[in-house]
Design a protein around this ligand. Structure first.
Ligand SMILES: [Cu+2]
Length: 368
């Protein structure tokens, strides 16, 4: 008995092509890295300045930070908010990265694992004490609404000129030329020099108390560190969270970090001498503290636009980042929820997502 062989099914060529295309696209999709996060460039010591630029970012799990080393022999070393200049045991550490002989800037990547705050510093010399830190996700929520940000008006720069004054003190009289800001008196020494005490971080608050004082020429100001890890760094009115040296190449005072502990007997102190009547501006260099308003002034002219509250408002407005005021403002994030200030990172982010969507679209055409 003969059996009749069933005709073998014929596969239309178009279906074969579709199956092949689907297979190829599936393979291609598997090649896309699992992370679709943004990539951010952080310059380490650009122009050989002891800074990370930007010095703070908000990033999400899966994002990548490119530490790009420009200056000689810096590190990006993970630390903690409590001890920003001490390496975290087992934490991320690039080690010292020297500039390559050809002048190209080495890049070392850090992959963001979570949205909790992470602190980095450079362990070269005293650069950390001078404020060379970089923070991730220090504050996830903006301090002010976008409408308030829109309404913010940056205070004008200080107005000053050189003035000549004849100063009499005790049995002496002399003529002096001084930098006269609007509204300040001539630099007449106090009859009895006094000391003004400013507490730093008293009651575990991120503030100087008092934060705005008047002091005469010849007086001293003693900063007493009461809690945590803080510092006292001189800045300029318009760049409240950057050391005077970094913002204007003008020497300024800097205490370095002065940690206190429960076992501290006697609080660490740092003292400055008041040489003239020009306003003095300063901040705490611990990561994020300045952006939270931890600033102070000495001899600010309260009747003018360059008063203490304008200075503190500016520090809060820029949120500790002199490079980009929009880091944490919700109004300037893009559709993927990342800050929009790093174009390189966003371009890569969008191109990866674009590839994924293109792949899915082609796969749909192929199969259906
Ligand atoms: Cu502080």
């Amino acid at each position: 008995m003969s059996t009749r062989k069933a005709p073998s099914p014929t596969i239309p060529p178009t279906t074969m092509f579709s199956t092949f295309l689907t297979f190829i696209l599936s393979v291609l999709l598997l090649q896309i890295p699992p992370s679709l996060g943004a990539t951010y460039d952080v310059d380490v010591a650009p122009g050989d300045r002891p800074v990370f630029e930007p010095n703070t970012l908000a990033a999400e799990a899966g994002d990548v930070i490119n530490f790009i080393f420009h200056g000689r022999n810096h590190t990006a070393t993970q630390s903690t908010l409590d001890s920003p200049c001490t390496a975290l045991s087992g934490g991320f550490d690039t080690g010292f990265v020297a500039l390559a002989a050809g002048g190209s800037s080495p890049v070392i990547q850090y992959r963001v694992a979570h949205t909790d705050p992470v602190v980095f510093f450079s362990s070269l010399l005293d650069h950390c004490a001078r404020g060379m830190t970089f923070t991730l996700n220090l504050r996830a929520t903006p301090t002010s609404s976008s409408s308030l940000e829109d309404a913010y008006i940056t205070p004008p720069p200080h107005h000053w000129n050189y003035a000549t004054a004849t100063v009499s003190h005790a049995a002496s009289t002399w003529t002096t030329i001084y930098k006269s800001f609007d509204g300040i008196p001539p630099p007449v020494p106090s009859d009895v020099p006094g000391d003004h005490r400013i507490l730093v971080g008293a009651n575990n608050e991120l503030e100087f108390s008092p934060s705005n004082i008047s002091a005469a020429v010849g007086d001293t100001v003693t900063f007493e560190f009461r809690s945590g890890t803080h510092s006292v760094v001189q800045s300029d009115f318009l760049t409240p969270c950057q050391s005077l040296e970094d913002s204007s190449r003008t020497p300024g005072f800097s205490s370095g970090f002065r940690p206190t502990s429960a076992s501290t007997t006697g609080f660490p102190q740092f003292q400055i001498l008041i040489n003239d009547t020009a306003p003095i501006w300063g901040f705490c260099g611990a990561p994020g503290h300045c952006g939270l308003g931890m600033v102070f002034s000495i001899n600010a002219v309260e009747s003018g636009p360059n008063n203490f509250s304008a200075f503190q408002g500016l520090a809060r407005h820029i949120n500790g980042s002199e490079n980009d005021a929009s880091v944490f403002t919700s109004s300037q994030t893009n559709t993927f929820g990342h800050p929009a200030q790093n174009n390189g990172g966003m371009e890569r982010d969008m191109s990866e997502r674009g590839m994924l969507w293109l792949g899915l679209l082609l796969a749909w055409f192929a199969c259906c």
